[in-house]
Design a protein around this ligand. Structure first.
Ligand code: URP
Ligand code: ZN
Ligand code: ZN
Length: 481
């Protein structure tokens, strides 16, 4: 940070008097913004066409939510086919912004028989002109043909689509081990990061059929149909396949201790394996599925028993887990979404996923930073900088530094909020975190220097968010042991 008494260069906006997260901690610092970027960081900055008083507040980088599902077309082969996501790009991104997130990475899904190019074009049409925050796309690869692997992946990587998600579960999406190896190899060659949903489909099908024969079809049995062992096995296998292919791998939505141990072991051996977890594995438990409306907490992997959460916190503290994303999957608790097949439908036919774009940062800030489980530097790393780095968005996103985009969230670190769906800005009719009291909430959010939200009011407009062409992933190929 420069420390002249004043800098009088002409700025569009100056945020002054705040405690700003620079380097590894907070410092009293002014921020000069010009043409959407941070142009100066200094003790005192004069001028500015707009001056904003940030005294008493913390200025943190805008969050990067690297795993969310928005307006994702339903897969015709899925058991819960027909369930519609409630958030389009306007409502999903609005909700992200009010929660302090300024970059989102949702998924363009490829259906069997479709080219990746067509999947990307169809998804752009959904996003175009609607987003309040910047966005990039991951690609979901469900049909890895030779054309996809040899032509489309490299061409799309060159255009900024540098991550693909593959699945070891869901009948319409699951790849064989051979296909996984082929994707890992092709992705490695073009600098694309493979993300994996690690649950063993055959184990899930076998357990589901047994539960259904026993008449155990209520939402609570969703957790019994995919226990930790099923995730542990798939995590172990995904790591082994990545090791064989000498490819980097990011394991998404890791839910608990046994999978974390597999990942920590792989990292200790120097493999380029990184892993993500989500708030539902810190704040929900399998017990929540027992409620009458337990479907509201149904996601895959499922929330584990409450005793599991301390292991997930430890995974974040130790570095076994590298980032926290929301895995926002917005289904309403009505016949358009969770209850598409009626209130008594078997868990097999209930759409998986829970909303969380807006609550991700406040929950982590409150129960992480304010409760003393994470340092502020760890919070920023897990929720902003690491996702930007891993997915090829540094230096523009995920940090407060000269030259970076002026994506900023002004936090009131003492603000007490009892989470209530009426406070949120998504289009889902519930939040699984209703009733939780949190300390700290972002009150103002800027995207590339423009105010998007201020004290609960929307100041931005749909279409303000731009598509991000991302660079190569940021996983070092020989991670330090
Ligand atoms: O249950 C979940 N996680 N739904 C979203 C889709 C996925 O696999 O991430
Ligand atoms: Zn998944
Ligand atoms: Zn997901």
């Amino acid at each position: 940070m420069r420390s002249p008494e004043s800098m009088d260069a002409d700025f569009d906006t100056v945020l002054h008097g705040g405690e700003v997260f620079v380097g590894q901690g907070l410092a009293r610092c002014d921020i000069g913004i010009r043409a959407g970027r941070i142009a100066a960081l200094a003790e005192r900055i004069a001028g500015g066409r707009t001056r904003f008083d940030a005294a008493g507040r913390w200025v943190l980088p805008g969050g990067v939510d690297a795993h969310c599902h928005i307006d994702q077309p339903p897969n015709p082969g899925s058991a819960a086919r027909g369930a519609q996501m409630a958030d389009d790009f306007a409502s999903g991104s609005r909700s992200a912004a009010f929660g302090g997130t300024t970059t989102i990475l949702p998924f363009a899904p490829q259906f069997k028989g479709q080219s990746l190019r067509a999947a990307v074009a169809a998804y752009h049409a959904r996003a175009e002109g609607r987003s309040h925050v910047d966005y990039g796309f991951h690609l979901i690869v469900s049909d890895p043909t030779q054309e996809v692997l040899a032509q489309e992946l490299p061409a799309l990587a060159a255009e900024g689509y540098t991550s693909v998600k593959i699945y070891l579960t869901y009948e319409a999406l699951r790849l064989s081990d051979l296909q996984v190896l082929e994707v890992l190899d092709a992705a490695r060659q073009c600098g694309t990061l493979t993300m994996v949903h690690a649950e063993n489909l055959d184990c899930i099908l076998w357990l589901t059929e047994r539960l259904e024969r026993q008449g155990r079809t209520a939402p609570r049995y969703h957790a019994d149909s995919r226990p930790m062992l099923v995730e542990r096995e798939a995590t172990f296998r995904a790591v082994a396949l990545a090791e064989l292919a000498e490819a980097p791998l990011l394991i998404v939505h890791v839910s608990g201790r046994e999978a974390i141990e597999v990942i920590a072991g792989a990292r200790a051996r120097g493999l380029p394996i990184v892993a993500e977890t989500c708030p539902q594995y810190l704040f929900l438990g399998s017990e929540d599925l027992h409620a009458e409306d337990g479907a509201k907490c149904m996601c895959s992997p499922p929330p584990r028993a409450r005793e599991n959460a301390p292991f997930v916190w430890r995974g974040l503290q130790s570095g076994a887990l590298s980032l926290v994303s929301s895995d926002h999957a917005p289904y309403r608790f009505d016949e358009s979404g969770k209850l598409k097949y009626g209130p008594k439908a078997s868990f097999r036919f209930i759409a998986n996923g829970i909303p969380g774009l807006e609550t991700r940062l406040p929950l982590l800030f409150s129960e992480g930073v304010m409760a003393g489980r994470l340092t502020l530097a760890e919070f920023v790393e897990l929720c902003c900088t690491a996702p930007a780095r891993l997915y090829g968005l540094l230096p523009r996103k995920g940090q407060i530094a000269v030259g970076a985009d002026a994506d900023l969230a002004l936090w009131d670190p003492q603000r007490r909020t009892v989470i209530d769906n009426a406070l949120l800005h998504h289009n889902v009719d519930y939040t699984p975190y209703a009733g939780m009291a949190v300390t700290g909430w972002p009150t103002h959010v800027w995207l590339r220097g423009e105010l998007v939200c201020a004290d609960g009011e929307l100041r931005g407009r749909p279409g303000q968010g731009r598509f991000l062409r991302r660079g190569r992933h940021g996983i070092p190929l020989r991670a330090a042991p």
